[in-house]
Design a protein around this ligand. Sequence first.
Ligand SMILES: Cc1ncc(C[n+]2csc(CCOP(=O)(O)OP(=O)(O)O)c2C)c(N)n1
Ligand code: SF4
Ligand SMILES: [Mg+2]
Length: 351
Amino acid sequence: MTYLAKPQLHHPTLPRNKIGFTRRDYEGKVSTLCAGCGHDSISAALIQAFWELDILPHRVAKLSGIGCSSKTPDYFLGNSHGFNTVHGRMPSVLTGANLANRELIYLGVSGDGDSASIGLGQFAHVMRRGVNMTYILENNGVYGLTKGQFSATADKGSKSKRGQINADEPVDTVSLALLMGATFVARSFSGDKKQLIPLVKTAIAHQGSAFIDVISPCVAFNNHAGSTKSYDYVREHNEAVNHLDFWPNREAISVHYNEGDVISVPQHDGSIIRLRKTHPEYEPTNRISAMNYVAEHAARGEIVTGLLYLDSDPEDLHTHLNTSESPFNKLTERELCPGAGTLEKINAALR
Ligand SMILES: Cc1ncc(C[n+]2csc(CCOP(=O)(O)OP(=O)(O)O)c2C)c(N)n1
Ligand code: SF4
Ligand SMILES: [Mg+2]
């Protein structure tokens, strides 16, 4: 029962997006995760975001590692490209794919074990290299797939289902992404679609390394009293610093807000991000103050969510490396092999 295909039949009255697709066209196979798993809500948010953005599914490449979270790309965007890497190695495979073909939209899906334990080095480097991607970390504080051991994001002092207390300091992936130079950093909660869907849409439009840590409770192993990743705990300690509205182009803006409550951030591609501040003192365009704010609130047991940092003029890996605009598979032999004379010149310059 690992793979269940969904029936092909669509109801004829289902709403269609601008390119004629229904939400069903962005779904994948039937999920085999536990009923109530936060990861399924994240898949639903991704389906909604890609549908609302009118993205052709074949323009998307989904990459993941190993874990319940990393299984989820099978449950959405069934008509997109997909690749399951070795545990913790999604970032380097995504980087390679991106270098070979920058025309696709890259979506990395990972878990806290995948990214903060075995894949911590890969996570740090993909952020500092500015790979143009949306990186979703489905964070439940445990290794769900291997039966609930504490992961590196489990908070110190939090309790396992069997009553053990975690003695280790946590890795805060949001702080690490900020430190390593990610140009879009957010935190959200799988139980808050209203916050998550616009964050995902904005991250997809961002032309640099976009990271969203989504707290995603594991109902089988980490949803009890004493856990800091349970539905109840996150609802009680969630401090949303802003709410996001995303317009794919400037003309479409129809909502008006009181002056002072909102900041508008135009993007290079013509889209506009509007941030409604719920914490007026929060400044999402200052990396250092974002890091301090997240750390100060974490020390008080509060989980700060929303768009935490945005660089609206990001540079991506292709700019740094001055790479070819064309995907490798569209280059001709002449472009790929410039001839013995050119090679000789390069070699001579290196002697
Ligand atoms: C190299 C390697 N080491 C260990 C494992 C065993 N393993 C599989 S999934 C996993 C952890 C998954 O945790 P996480 O990434 O948090 O995903 P979740 O299941 O919680 O969504 C581990 C340790 C593996 N598959 N490969
Ligand atoms: S074990 Fe946990 S993470 Fe895995 S599917 Fe079940 S609830 Fe989700
Ligand atoms: Mg996990």
